[in-house]
Design a protein around this ligand. Sequence first.
Ligand code: GYE
Length: 310
Amino acid sequence: VDPYASFRHPRSNKEPIRLGFAQVGSESRWRLTNTKSIKDAARDAGIELTFIDGQQKQENQIAAIRSFIKQKVDIIAFSPIVESGWEEVLQEAKAAGIPVILSDREVDIKDDSLWATFIGSDFLEEGRRAARWLLSYIEHHPTPDGQVNIVELQGTVGSAPAIDRKRGFELTLEPHPEFRIIRSEIANFYFDQGRDVMKKILETEKRRIDVLFAHNDDMALGAIQTLESAGLRPGKDMVIVSVDAVKEAFQAMIAGKLNCTVECTPLLGPQLMKVIQDYFDGKELPTRIITSEEVFPAEVARTVLPKRRY
Ligand code: GYE
């Protein structure tokens, strides 16, 4: 039995599908590219998109979803800023017979009849990949005393990517007690906050910092700016690994300032539109659609950069 059968209300074939999308905001290069990907793909697919920018506030996203329900859109998609607190509004969408697709980030909800499918990355695996790369890098570039002191810059508190990247990174390092996260601070995925939080860390941290793990490239790039102003050589005096693989990260790797970026693609628009069309064509949707991604160490940056699409 199709658990979403109750959602499938007949639509006349001539009318375009009406999609309401509630975005997180515009915190990072990743997010800007993701927004563009969604808008472009909707246009290309002939899907009528109402796009609302949540400006980093869950309450704005909830209000956006309520407005989509009021407008009686055919389908809602959104990228939940945080994992929890969505039950009520998703119940309302369900009661209105409007299906919901999770784009990029997942929710923490017991009742999984409240959303139809998830499209995005495996953030836990991204954290593991960052740690696995680090283990092999340190094996070849050991620290003077064998201790590896790590500073972590976290993304938005309560968001799926911040929670899972942190957890994945920690899980992989667990069997290696010489790798220690000595500081873990929040910089909300922003370049500016990465820069400013790193400055505070440098001012207050007396222990040697060997590694920076940033939950996204923007925060790493901000931190790089701070390290340079402090007369340090990012990528050399401090090993830096981050997530997303935006073009600017490749440029930083080519310049020798960043050591590795773990890919997380923001180009979810075409897949999202395809899933929406499949849905209204009556096809069964998989519960999770995970995008396939790579790890890019600095050695490959020059070769790979020309092929990068974001
Ligand atoms: O890594 C970060 C963005 O949810 C995967 O959000 C996304 C994350 C991405 O702000 O740059």
